[in-house]
Design a binder for this molecule. Structure first.
Ligand code: HEC
Length: 139
């Protein structure tokens, strides 16, 4: 168990500087968190799955609880955030049938952990509204 998490810990401590001010946190959300969620998650998690399924369109919808009463995003506690458990499970999405690679890199997972550890800042308004983004994997 510990061995599995060591590379992630290393990335978090070695490569990311926790943002300190509100504008630094907003910058981190806009440049790191938002693009990854838009490219890899919002295609499905956009309100088309009936609640309480995760809806990553806005802060209000994303900060809800799952059917089992767990937080998808629990600020300052990545280990208790279902979003992190889902992307860490060996790169396979737990709920998709058939199971499909979510394929986040260790860097991206480390970045999401760091973001949640630092309070999971998510701005209001247009900056905090996500839209599915096309990519090679997501045409
Ligand atoms: C191809 C569609 C699709 C993509 C892409 C996708 N998901 Fe999901 N996800 C689903 C479906 C369907 C469910 C099941 C809905 C439910 O019961 O909550 C689900 C469930 C979840 C759950 C709840 C898991 C649980 O254990 O209860 C989390 C958290 C989650 N997804 C996070 C993500 C994140 C983060 C990404 C991007 C890295 C992502 N998903 C990408 C379709 C997708």
């Amino acid at each position: 168990m510990l061995i599995r998490f060591l590379p992630i810990l290393f990335i978090v401590t070695a490569c990311t500087q926790p943002p300190t001010t509100k504008s630094a946190r907003e910058h981190y959300f806009l440049t790191q968190v938002k693009p990854v969620l838009q490219e890899h998650c919002v295609k499905c998690h956009n309100g088309s799955l009936p609640p309480p399924a995760l809806n990553l369109m806005t802060k209000v919808t994303a900060f809800k609880r799952s059917a089992t009463g767990r937080d998808y995003i629990l600020p300052e506690d990545p280990d208790c955030s279902l979003l992190i458990s889902a992307v860490q499970r060996g790169g396979t999405h737990p709920k998709m049938m058939p199971r499909t690679e979510v394929s986040l890199t260790d860097d991206q997972i480390g970045m999401l952990r760091e973001w949640i550890e630092d309070g999971a800042f998510w701005p209001e308004g247009a900056a905090g509204t996500l839209h599915a983004q096309k990519s090679a994997e997501n045409p």
